[in-house]
Every structure is written in C-alpha cells, then in structure tokens.
Design a binder for this molecule. Structure first.
Ligand code: ZN
Length: 363
C-alpha cells in the first residue's frame, strides 16, 4: 500500500479562498497547528476566515520541533476538546507534526505550507526529532493529507532562505533516487526517478531566477515553488519507499545530532549532505560525473546563499569528536546510507568529510 498524493490539492494565488468551502465540508471543529512567529499573521487570517465560515476553530503552537513531547501534548488537546481535524500551517516540522497527530487519531489532516522549504505538505511521511532538533526516525503514515492548500500568496511572504532550502532538498531527489533505485525493475519507480530528473533540470534553470525574483508574476518563481512543494512530494508518492533517500539525507540526519546555537533549515543541511554524497560516489563508485555535478551544484548553491560545507552550518568537525559522531550516526544500522550500491566504512567516511572540509573548493 502506498499513498501517492493528497486527496485534493488547491494551488495558485487563490488556493486558500477556493479551499474554504471544501474544508467546511470535512471539518466543523479544527485545530490549527503552527509554530513560527513569522507566520502568525497568516495563521490569524486562516483562523478568522475559518471562523467566518462558522467553524468552531482553535489554535495551538509547537513549542519545540516535530518531537514526541509536542506530539503527545497536542494529541491530548485534540482529544480533550473533540477536534475533528488538524490544519497544519507552517514549515516542514509543523506539517510533519500535524500529519503524524492526525494519523494517530484517525482524523483528517489539512496541510497549508507557508513556505516552499519542503514537500512535507504532500507526503505520507513524518520525520521525528528530539525537542532539540536531533533526527530520530521517519515514520510512514497511512495516507497523504486529505487536503493540501498551496497558496502562492501565502508562500510569497516566506523568507527567501526557505526557498533556497526547498530547492536544495528537491534537488537531492534525483541524486538520491537515481543512485539507490535505478536498477529496480518497477515501472513506477523508474518513472518517479525520471520525474526527479526533470525536476532537477527545472531547478537548475529556474532556481536562481526564482530566488532573486520572488513574485507571482515571475514564471521561474511559480515553477520553482511548485517544484519544491508539489513535484518533490509526487516523486516520493509514486516512487514510494523504493525511491529512497540515500547519503544526502543520512548525512543530514547525523549533522542534526550535533546541537548548535544557530538552527539551520532541513534543506540547507541536506544540500551539504548532497555534496558529500557526490564526493563519496566519485571515490567509491568511480563516478566520473560526480565531480562535475559538485561544481554545477556549487555555482547554484552559492547564488542561493546556501551553506556548502559543515563549517558553514556552525560545526567544526575537527572539534569534540564531531567527525566521529557524524560518521557513527551516518553508518548506524538503520541509516539510509546503506541504500547506496557500494560499501563504505567509518574511516573512509571520516576521510571524505575531513578532506571536504579542508579543501578550498574551486569552481
Ligand atoms: Zn528532505
């Protein structure tokens, strides 16, 4: 069983207004879940509009992350007040929490991404973290959200950094799915990989123009936000668990284990993981094109102000046994890195990361 897409998707400049009557049909007492102070105005608007449609609406905020502490607290609120749906309005952590809670309680989830930072508004998957933001595991849910509202006017208000993060995360789909799944004899998986290739090409063409020209009038921006928030989700939906993440996400997960004063966005960390994955492919899989891909990605990532190594994520790998910690978590038994078609041992991974950090990357 896999759930390919949300049941209903509203997209474009008036998506929220168009979605309201449909939302009214499936819920009478929703709980709006959010987190960031930056999205408060939009969430207040969502709240008012639902109230004006005669819904008995309440709201609550995550205190930490998509973590068990917040999840069980919000679950209790929903049970106590008999809410009949969750409306998750925010970034990936809020969307993942809302989906997970709705799945546990068997009530519908409506996702309203307020940035293009991830495809979490689409997928039947939640990533669970500790309350300090350390990755624990991803959980497959029974279904994608009931309704996805991808309102361009909402997304336009997000900081441009979230768009850059979404681009890096969506780019990783091709590099991860093609290396793990290109030999799988399943038409749907192969089609998903090809969609992710077209998605990558579109982001390489439009990503920078989108980042530098955030406007609904800019076709590059429209295409890019939909690529990050919708198409990237579709790849996961069609490809299912076979269209897997690989080293880029495994390295992301291990970097989150090191707590830093400044938080970085999911895609910002995945982007660094992606460069390291390509370096591994170059060394261990004799992939001659990997170095070209690194150069190509570095040009774009610099234009998007994305971090390009671990030190730019505020972590010195040469201190506090950080290299060892990252390598151990990346290579732990349940890690996605084992989906790579070649073996890698701890010392090799440490050497690759250390050399990458030391290297002055030349374009
Ligand atoms: Zn991701």
């Amino acid at each position: 069983m896999h759930s390919i897409s949300p049941e209903t998707i509203f997209r474009g400049n008036d998506a929220w207004a168009e979605a309201l009557p449909q939302i009214n049909k499936i819920t009478k007492k929703p709980l709006i879940l959010g987190r960031s102070i930056h999205t408060l105005n939009l969430r207040n608007k969502i709240f008012r509009d639902l109230k004006n449609h005669n819904l008995n609406v309440s709201s609550d905020n995550l205190q930490f992350d998509c973590c068990y502490e917040d999840i069980s607290r919000v679950k209790n609120i929903i049970l106590k007040n008999n809410h009949d749906s969750v409306i998750a309005a925010g970034g990936g952590k809020v969307l993942d929490s809302g989906k997970y809670i709705a799945d546990c309680l068997n009530i519908p989830c409506i996702t309203i991404p307020l940035s293009a930072s991830t495809c979490a508004g689409w997928t039947a998957l939640s990533n669970i973290y500790t309350k300090n933001g350390q990755f624990i595991m991803d959980v497959a849910l029974r279904s994608c959200p009931k309704i996805l509202v991808y309102d361009h006017k909402f997304i336009q208000t997000a900081p441009s950094r979230t768009l850059a993060s979404g681009i890096a995360d969506a780019l990783a789909k091709w590099y991860e799915s093609s290396i793990t799944s290109s030999k799988i004899d399943d038409g749907l998986v192969q089609q998903a990989i090809q969609i992710s290739r077209v998605l990558r090409d579109q982001l390489l063409i439009d990503g920078e123009k989108a980042f530098k020209g955030v406007s609904e009038d800019n076709p590059s921006w429209r295409n890019t936000i939909e690529a990050c928030g919708l198409t990237a989700g579709l790849v996961g939906g069609i490809g299912g668990e076979k269209c897997r993440t690989a080293a880029a996400h495994a390295i992301h997960n291990s970097i989150t284990q090191i707590i830093t004063p400044n938080k970085f966005l999911h895609g910002e960390i995945v982007g660094v993981g992606l460069l390291l994955q390509l370096r591994l492919e170059e060394m261990k899989n004799n992939n001659k094109l990997a170095n070209q891909s690194i150069k190509q990605l570095l040009v774009l990532m610099k234009e998007l102000n994305l971090p390009t190594n671990i030190s730019q994520l505020g972590i010195n790998v040469f201190e506090n046994k950080n290299l060892e910690k990252i390598a151990d978590f990346t290579l732990r038994e349940k890690s996605e890195i084992h989906f790579l078609p070649f073996e890698i041992n701890k010392q090799e991974l440490i050497d690759v990361i250390a050399n990458f950090e030391k290297q002055v990357l030349k374009i």
